[in-house]
Design a binder for this molecule. Sequence first.
Ligand code: ATP
Length: 296
Amino acid sequence: METPTLEVRNLVKHYADVEAVKGISFAIRPGTCFGLLGPNGAGKTTTIEVVEGILPETSGEILYKGTPRGESFTREAGIQLQNTELPMYLTVEETLDTFRNLYTRRAGREALIAACRLEEILKRDNRKISGGQKQRLLLAMALANDPDLIFLDEPTTGLDPQARRHLWEIVDTLKKEGKTVVLTTHYMDEAQTLCDEIAIMDHGRIIAMGETDALLAAHCKGSSILLPGTTREESFAALSTPWFRLPDGRISIQTEDTNRSLNELVAMGIDLSGIVVMPQTLEDLFLKLTGNALRT
Ligand SMILES: Nc1ncnc2c1ncn2[C@@H]1O[C@H](COP(=O)(O)OP(=O)(O)OP(=O)(O)O)[C@@H](O)[C@H]1O
């Protein structure tokens, strides 16, 4: 088997009074995008920050291209952190140049500007760029050393749909160039679009992992039935399938036998006005496994 770009073996991370990561293992193949998903507090950021070398591990092994992380990891990894503050009083161009000059191995300046679509905002002060533009600049900074391995921690949180898609296109191009990407996200559509493999974390453990398509094929064969939020929760006591209340108030019923579930609802006397029936997605798998609605 090809040597993984990154391999994590039995990683444990404790803070003073919290066991944030409780022994997780995964391997990421070169040129793929690996998604780390999970509800708030699952341990994703802790995992990614330990792997990046920002936090020390409590125990476990982390291998980069088959050996413990060393100088080559520092040289070849690119990190886009969550909530990074940009230097004030610098323009986008000055910020990017400053970052590129930190490295001996560098991405081509013009290629970087084009890849992250910064042409239009180069002369603009960092304080005067939009959220999507800031994310693109942060991505350019993470790519300044022409990394082989790129960490993106919730890169599209808070962005509008167009800006998110913009960032997806950039990630897709990185993959096509053979780069390996580690992504944490709360957006299941994002994971489904970008990730070749995903791991779902909850309470510091990986509760499901595999190729995205295979996970979907194995776990999302059925339908998701959505009922309006006005339906009373007590009504569902007799349902034979799992159900959840979504953040928007609607009830989501997960079923592999749509006809049977609809018949059950009718037999229970539930008003089916406004019902929606959809094929299951990664979001339904996530709900089924964690019982947690995602932050939106
Ligand atoms: N510096 C810290 N000191 C103590 N506990 C921490 C610290 N950072 C995180 N934790 C705790 O560790 C657990 C995992 O947190 P972490 O931020 O890794 O989760 P996450 O999956 O990234 O969550 P989110 O989606 O909200 O970013 C949580 O219980 C959190 O409160």
